[in-house]
Design a protein around this ligand. Structure first.
Ligand code: SAM
Length: 238
C-alpha cells in the first residue's frame, strides 16, 4: 500500500492506507464534483494556510448531539444511522475517495441532510477539535494490519485512543466491530486499563450480539462470506 505523509501542526505523520482505488464510475465522479464540497467540513486541511486553528462541531450542527464514524468505507452504516437519528449530526471520516463517492451516492438516495464528511484522516479532526465535543463514535471493521510489526499502525493504539478519549464527552459511547480476534485482544488490552474508558459487556456472550440498530457493513459481509466471526464491543467514556 502507498504511504502518504500528512503534515499535522506538530510534525510529520504517516498514513498507510489507500486513498484511491482503480476506477471511479462516471456517476461517482459526478457525486464528488457536485456534492462533496457542500458536505465537506471546511478548514480541515493538511495545508496550514487553509486550515482552521480550531474546529468545533457545534459550528456545523449547533446544539445537536454529534456522532463520529471513523473510516466509514462505503458509508452504508453512517447513512443508515443518520436516517434513524435525524436529531443527531454525523461526521464521517474516510480517506479512501472511492468510499467517499459511494457514500455520496447513498446520501442522495436516502435524502439525509444531517451529516458532514472529512474526506481524510480522522487525526486531522482530532488535531482541531475541542475537548468533549463528540457524543458517540464508531470504529467499524478498522484495517486489521495482521502482521505483528504493523500492529502499531492499528487505530487501537495511543496515537488514536488518547485524542479520541479527549474529544469524547463523559458518558459518550464508543462502538468497535471487528472480525479479527487479535484486534479484539489489542482493543481490550489498550482500553481495559485506560482510565478514560469502561467496557460495557452484559455477560460473557455480549460481544457476539450486534447492536439493536445495527446494519451490516460491506466489510462485515466480506468477513461472513469468508467464515470469520464478527465481534461487537461497546465502551463508555468515563
Ligand atoms: C476495512 S475498512 C472498513 C470500512 C467500513 N467501516 C466497513 O465496515 O465496511 C477500514 C476503513 O478505515 C479507513 N481508515 C484507515 N485509516 C483511517 C484514518 N486514519 N482515518 C479515517 N479512516 C481511516 C480506510 O480507508 C478504510 O476505508
Amino acid at each position: 500500500m502507498g504511504q502518504d505523509q500528512s503534515i499535522p501542526k506538530d510534525g510529520w505523520r504517516n498514513f498507510y492506507g489507500r486513498r484511491h482505488g482503480k476506477h471511479l464510475r462516471d456517476s461517482q465522479r459526478g457525486y464528488l464534483d457536485e456534492d462533496l464540497a457542500e458536505l465537506s467540513l471546511e478548514g480541515i486541511s493538511r495545508r496550514e494556510e487553509d486550515r482552521l486553528d480550531r474546529f468545533d462541531p457545534a459550528a456545523r450542527f449547533g446544539d445537536r448531539p454529534v456522532w463520529l464514524e471513523i473510516g466509514f468505507g462505503g458509508g452504508e452504516h453512517m447513512v443508515h444511522q443518520a436516517a434513524l437519528n435525524p436529531q443527531v449530526g454525523f461526521i464521517g471520516c474516510e480517506p479512501y475517495i472511492n468510499g467517499v463517492a459511494m457514500l455520496l451516492g447513498k446520501v442522495r438516495q436516502a435524502g439525509v441532510e444531517n451529516l458532514a464528511v472529512h474526506p481524510g484522516d480522522v487525526r486531522d479532526l482530532f488535531d482541531l477539535m475541542p475537548d468533549a465535543c463528540i457524543d458517540r463514535a464508531f470504529l467499524l471493521y478498522p484495517d486489521p494490519w495482521p502482521k505483528k510489526r504493523h500492529h502499531r499502525r492499528r487505530f487501537v493504539t495511543r496515537d488514536y485512543l488518547d485524542p479520541l478519549g479527549r474529544v469524547l464527552k463523559p458518558g459518550a459511547i464508543f462502538r468497535v466491530a471487528t472480525d479479527i480476534p487479535d484486534y479484539v485482544r489489542q482493543t481490550l488490552e489498550e482500553l481495559m486499563p485506560d482510565p478514560n474508558f469502561e467496557w460495557l459487556a452484559e455477560g460473557p456472550d455480549d460481544w457476539r450480539r450486534p447492536w439493536d440498530d445495527w446494519i451490516s457493513t460491506r466489510y462485515e459481509q466480506k468477513a461472513l462470506r469468508e467464515d470469520r466471526t464478527p465481534h461487537y464491543l461497546t465502551f463508555r467514556r468515563i
